[in-house]
Design a protein around this ligand. Sequence first.
Ligand code: ZN
Length: 168
Amino acid sequence: MALRQILSDNHPVLRSSAREVNKINRGVLRLLDDMIETMHEANGVGLAANQVGVPKRILIAINGEDSVIELINPCVDRTEGEEVGVEGCLSVPGQYGEVPRAERLTVSGLNRQGCEVRLKAEGLLARILQHEMDHLDGVLFTDKALRMVDPEELQDEEKSEENSGGKS
Ligand code: ZN
């Protein structure tokens, strides 16, 4: 495993639509492993492949304390409700904003074995998944934020992690 560099500042790869994965080869598996290491190192809660410069439809998301969801070619099957919450992004350092997201959703995609998986999510996980799927379409949370939040409003760093959806 190796750390990858997280792109920021509107790098063109962050602003373009990522391509479907046709074959889950060794490169894809290595990418998934590297993404997990990179996300943990950056204290993130999710990561999309194009954030590390690989324009492929692959995302990861933290699910609870120590489980990570991996999705290849993810798509949304169904959404329900709406909830506004604070988000940050590893590719938009130091900025937070209030973003409306579906409260619950069902997504499907492939796992690293190439098997179709379907997943219901709500709360933080639902928010992370929507944030990452936006990344794969070249969309950043700042495009959708109703308003940006001054980091001081979130008080100290620890509290901001708690109050916000985290950085992903
Ligand atoms: Zn992000």
